[in-house]
Design a protein around this ligand. Sequence first.
Ligand SMILES: [Zn+2]
Ligand SMILES: [Zn+2]
Length: 308
Amino acid sequence: MLRITFLGTGGSMPTPNRNPSAIAVNREGELMLFDCGEGAQRQMMRAKTGMTISSIFITHFHADHVLGIPGLLQTMALQGREEPLRIYGPRHVDKFLYHLLALGYAGKKFEVKAIELKPGDVVRRAGYEIRAIKTVHNVVSIGYVLEEEMRPGRFNRERAIELGIKPGPLFSKLQSGHSISVDGKEIRPDQILGPSRPGRKIVYSGDTRPCESMIEASKDADLLIHEGTLSEETKQYAIDYMHSTALEAAGIAKKASVRKLILTHISARYSDLGSANKLEEEARTVFENCEVARELMVIEVPYSDKGQ
Ligand SMILES: [Zn+2]
Ligand SMILES: [Zn+2]
């Protein structure tokens, strides 16, 4: 399972339709947050994601991306959390967290670890990794790539039976990449398994002007979540405030040959559904498989070879 829940899809200012930035990613039962804008915890309650988050990955410290942290941590404390929580972010993440956590008496019993990342840094986890990537905004910022390890190739059952292997534990041993012995003959996994298959790859831009590093990092991604704050008619604001238009984000998706693009961080001007459709239409002139995120939208990211 790789499930993305859009908790907050608005730009810098919340509107009745959209909360500030927050995205929940559930990978095989592990829950992570990417940015944590104001209201994220109530959106998590509505979406029923649960609150057992392993880590929060912050793209930058504009308030619309972090103000949800103090309230969320307070709720975790009330729920009796004891496991440490890792919060990753760009330069000075420790200082910002110190101030965010000093905002009220929380009485928490768990440790909050601040971990600073710079573009190129890699967080390795079992089965996947998260990489920090360079983005271009008016404060220090990073984006994130989550990429899974290669998976073993497809198991050729008929071939295995032909070679005299009985279904059962020997099948599993081959499947997990180990050679076995049948009637004194060695059988290697590569005789039975097809070529290794890619895992899934998702990319989140945070706030950024369109940039080469996003294209490079998003190459062949299954899903690119890119900010598309503004429309072509308001492009000058995108330039002035270091954001991207929907069309510019679509250009990144096209150049990186991603499978799907979701636009988020939608400006208050385009917050309602009708205006968001306009952004989607503009983006689709360049990249067809594109959608503007809606609040509480849930996306399951399949394997590129259809989940086999
Ligand atoms: Zn923002
Ligand atoms: Zn920002």
